[in-house]
Design a protein around this ligand. Structure first.
Ligand code: SF4
Ligand code: SF4
Length: 660
C-alpha cells in the first residue's frame, strides 16, 4: 500500500495526543467553574451521588445523545446533524484502517469489512460533507431562532474548519488513488477526483499526496484541539448533560430546608451563578443557542419580555467570563422576564442538549421573591391572601361551599373512605369551575366507590411555590400533610393538574405518604374496569388540551384521551401531548394577569383548539378550564370548553343534567 513513512505517522500520532491533551485542558476550567455552583439538593425519588450530584440516566443518554432523538424535532437540522454524527463514527472506524494496515494488520480488506472501509467510508465522508455544509450554510444564512436573543460566537469558524478538513480528506484520498495499484475499488468520489491528475508524473502525485496528507491531518488535529475551547464543546457537554437527566419529567425544584443546622447556609434561590445548582451551570455551558426554547416558549411567542434562550445565553456569557459571584446577573436578566414564565416546561421538552431553562428561571424567581421581596403586585396580593386566608383568590366573594349546593356530599371518614376528593381553590372560588366538582360527584357515585371530602381544605401551596415563595409553600404543605395524615388519607383525587403535581412531586419530600390520582386517570380507570357505563356519541367531535402539569411534567397523555374516546370522537390540535401549548395560567400567571400590549396565551391556544372544528374543547385541569373559557375566542352564547369530568358525566346513562 502507498503510505506515509513511520516518521510521519509517529509525528501525527504525537500531535493527536497533544490535541487530546488540549481538548482536556480546554474542558478543565469549564468543569472547575461548574464545581463552584451549589451542591444538588437531594430528591428522595431520584438516585443520589454521581457526577454533579446526579446518577447516570442510561435511557436519556441512549435516546438523546447516542440516537440524537431530540434533534429530529426539526427535520433539516436533525438530518444534517445525524449525517455528520453517524458519518463521523463510520469515518473514524474507517481511518483506523490506515493505522492498522501500517502495522501489518489487514482486518478490513476482505468482505464484509471491505464494504465498511471502501464504499462505506466513502459514503460516510459524503454524509459528513453534506451535514457540515448544511450547518455552515445555515449559520451564514442566520435563520431567526439562531440569532434571536443573541448568537453563540465561535461556531462559524469551527464549522469552516470542519468542512475544510473533510474536503482535504477527499483530496488526500484522490492523490492516493492516483498512484497506480492503489485503487482497490469502492472509493468512487476519490477515484473520480484522481482522474484530474491523470497526466501528472508519479513524483508529483506522491508529493501532492504527502502535502495533502499532512494538511488533512493537521486540520483534523487542530479541530480536535479546539473542541474544549469553543462552543464545539457541546459535542461532549451535550451528551454528558443528557446522561444526567432526572428520571422524572418536567421541572424539579426541591424544597429548601429552612430548618437546616446553622452552619449550613440556606440559599434562597439565585442572583448569581455561584448560587445555582451545579447541573444548571453545565446547562449554561452546553447551550448551543439554537433557539428551540425561544420558539417553543408561550411567553416569547406572545411577545412578552421573556426569552429562555436569552437567559441561557446571558448566564453562559457570565460563566465564560468567570463572573460567578456577580449578582448583576439577575438585574441584567430582569424581573419582568423572570415572572413571565408560566413554568410550562416546553423549553425543557425541546432542548436538544437536555437543558432546563425553566429551573434556572425559578431559581432567579425564588431570589427575587424571598431575598428582594420583588414581585408583581398582583402576585404579592395572591401570596398575602394565601398567608392570611389559605388561598390565592384575592377579593373573591364566593362561598367555598357553594359548589355542592343541593348535592349530598359525604365527608371523608378516616380508615373507612377509599378516596379523598380534593376540591382545590379554583373550584371553591370560581363559579365556572364549580361545575367540574359537581360532575365528578356524579361520576364517583355512578362508579359506586367510597369517597368523601374534607371540611377546611386549604390550598396545596402550589401558587406560592411557583411564585418563588418556598417558605410559604413549605409552611402550607407541612400543615396540609399534618391534617391529611391525621385523617389517615391513602388516596387523593385531584381535579387540578397543579394540585396533583404538588401532592405527587413535592409533598413526599416533606413526609407525605399517600397516592395522588388525577381525576382524568381515575375516570379512565373506572371506564376500563367497567365501573362506569357511558354512552358513546361518535358524532361528537372533541379536541383535548393537555395541561402542561399532566402531559409534560408527568407524562399523563393517554388516559384522558382514552376516557374521551369512550364518549366521543377525538380530533387533535397540531400541538398535542408533550408538545401541547400552555393555557397561560401556570407559574402563578393566573393571578399575575396578562401584559398589556402583548397577545394572551389563552387566546392563542383557544384559537388553535377552535380551528380543529371540534364541537367541544376538553381539558383536565380547573385552571386550564378557566383560562380557555375566559378567552374572547369562545365568547358568545355557546359553551365550548369543558372539563373531562363534565363531558363524561354528560354521557352517563341517566345524566342528571345536560351540559348546555
Ligand atoms: S437552552 Fe437548549 S433549546 Fe434553548 S438555546 Fe440552549 S440549546 Fe437551544
Ligand atoms: S417554562 Fe414555559 S414559559 Fe417558562 S421559559 Fe420555559 S417555555 Fe417559557
Amino acid at each position: 500500500m502507498y503510505s506515509p513513512s513511520l516518521l510521519a505517522y509517529s509525528l501525527l500520532g504525537l500531535l493527536l495526543i497533544g490535541a487530546l491533551a488540549s481538548l482536556i485542558l480546554g474542558l478543565r476550567p469549564r468543569l472547575q467553574r461548574m464545581q463552584r455552583g451549589r451542591a444538588e439538593t437531594p430528591v428522595s425519588a431520584e438516585p443520589q451521588s454521581g457526577f454533579l450530584g446526579r446518577e447516570l440516566n442510561a435511557g436519556t443518554f441512549l435516546h438523546r445523545a447516542l440516537l440524537t432523538e431530540r434533534l429530529w424535532g426539526r427535520l433539516p437540522t436533525g438530518l444534517a446533524h445525524s449525517l455528520l454524527y453517524f458519518g463521523a463514527l463510520v469515518s473514524i472506524a474507517g481511518h483506523a484502517e490506515y493505522a492498522l494496515e501500517f502495522v501489518g494488520i489487514n482486518v478490513y480488506v476482505e468482505w464484509p469489512w471491505w464494504l465498511l472501509t471502501r464504499p462505506g467510508r466513502e459514503i460516510a465522508g459524503i454524509c459528513m460533507l453534506l451535514g457540515a455544509a448544511f450547518l455552515l450554510a445555515r449559520r451564514l444564512v442566520k435563520p431567526a431562532p439562531l440569532v434571536a436573543a443573541g448568537e453563540r460566537k465561535g461556531f462559524t469558524a469551527m464549522e469552516i474548519l470542519l468542512l475544510v478538513t473533510i474536503v482535504a480528506g477527499f483530496v488526500t484520498e484522490s492523490f492516493r488513488l492516483a498512484v497506480p495499484g492503489e485503487n482497490r475499488g469502492g472509493e468512487f468520489l476519490g477515484a473520480a477526483l484522481a482522474r484530474l491528475y491523470a497526466g501528472w508524473s508519479p513524483g508529483a502525485v506522491a508529493d501532492g499526496n504527502m502535502t495533502l496528507w499532512w494538511l488533512h491531518g493537521l486540520l483534523g488535529v487542530s479541530f480536535a484541539a479546539l473542541i474544549g475551547r469553543t462552543p464545539m464543546s457541546h459535542m461532549l457537554l451535550g451528551p454528558l448533560n443528557s446522561a444526567l437527566v432526572r428520571r422524572r419529567s418536567g421541572i424539579q425544584m426541591p424544597p429548601i430546608d429552612f430548618e437546616a443546622p446553622e452552619e449550613q447556609e440556606v440559599v434562597l434561590g439565585a442572583a448569581r451563578l455561584a448560587d445555582m445548582p451545579r447541573k444548571l451551570l453545565l446547562d449554561f455551558d452546553a447551550c448551543l443557542g439554537c433557539g428551540r426554547c425561544h420558539e417553543a416558549c408561550p411567553a416569547t411567542q406572545t411577545g412578552k419580555v421573556l426569552s429562555p434562550k436569552r437567559i441561557m445565553m446571558v448566564c453562559g456569557e457570565y460563566q465564560s467570563q468567570g463572573r460567578l459571584d456577580d449578582a448583576q446577573l439577575l438585574d441584567d436578566i430582569g424581573a419582568e422576564a423572570i415572572f413571565d414564565c408560566t413554568t410550562c416546561a416546553a423549553c425543557i421538552e425541546v432542548c436538544p442538549v437536555s437543558n432546563s431553562p425553566a429551573e434556572a428561571i425559578l431559581e432567579f424567581r425564588r431570589n427575587l421573591t424571598m431575598e428582594r421581596s420583588e414581585m408583581p403586585e398582583t402576585l404579592a396580593a395572591a401570596n398575602r391572601n394565601m398567608e392570611s386566608r389559605g388561598h390565592p383568590f384575592v377579593g373573591t366573594a364566593a362561598n367555598p361551599d357553594d359548589w355542592h349546593k343541593g348535592l349530598d356530599v359525604p365527608l371523608f371518614e378516616a380508615g373507612k373512605t377509599e378516596y379523598l376528593l380534593w376540591i382545590g381553590c379554583a373550584i371553591r372560588y370560581e363559579e365556572r369551575a364549580q361545575q367540574v366538582a359537581r360532575a365528578m360527584v356524579r361520576i364517583l357515585n355512578a362508579a359506586g366507590v367510597g369517597w368523601g371530602i374534607l371540611e377546611g381544605e386549604r390550598c396545596t401551596g402550589d401558587p406560592a411555590k411557583t411564585s418563588g415563595n418556598e417558605l410559604l409553600f413549605v409552611e402550607m404543605a407541612s400543615s396540609n400533610i399534618e391534617m391529611l395524615q391525621q385523617e389517615r388519607v391513602t388516596q387523593i383525587v385531584t381535579m387540578c393538574a397543579h394540585g396533583f403535581n404538588a401532592f405527587d412531586r413535592y409533598y413526599p419530600e416533606l413526609g407525605a405518604n399517600w397516592t395522588t390520582i388525577p381525576h382524568s386517570v381515575l375516570i379512565d380507570r373506572f371506564i376500563r374496569d367497567g365501573k362506569l357505563e357511558v354512552v358513546r356519541d361518535e358524532g361528537e367531535l372533541i379536541t383535548y388540551h393537555d395541561p402542561c402539569y399532566l402531559a409534560r411534567h408527568n407524562d399523563i397523555t393517554d388516559e384522558p384521551r382514552s376516557a374521551l374516546a369512550a364518549v366521543g370522537s377525538l380530533i387533535e390540535m397540531p400541538r398535542n401531548r408533550k408538545q401541547s401549548m400552555c393555557c397561560g395560567a401556570g407559574g402563578c400567571n393566573y393571578w399575575k394577569g396578562g401584559t398589556s400590549g402583548t397577545a394572551r396565551i389563552n387566546e392563542v391556544r383557544t384559537k388553535e383548539a377552535l380551528d380543529t372544528g371540534a364541537k367541544k374543547i376538553a381539558t383536565s385541569c380547573s385552571y386550564c378550564l378557566l383560562m380557555l373559557s375566559s378567552s374572547a375566542s369562545v365568547s358568545g352564547g355557546e359553551r365550548k370548553v369543558f372539563d373531562i369530568a363534565e363531558i363524561v358525566a354528560d354521557k352517563l346513562p341517566q345524566a342528571a343534567d345536560a351540559l348546555h
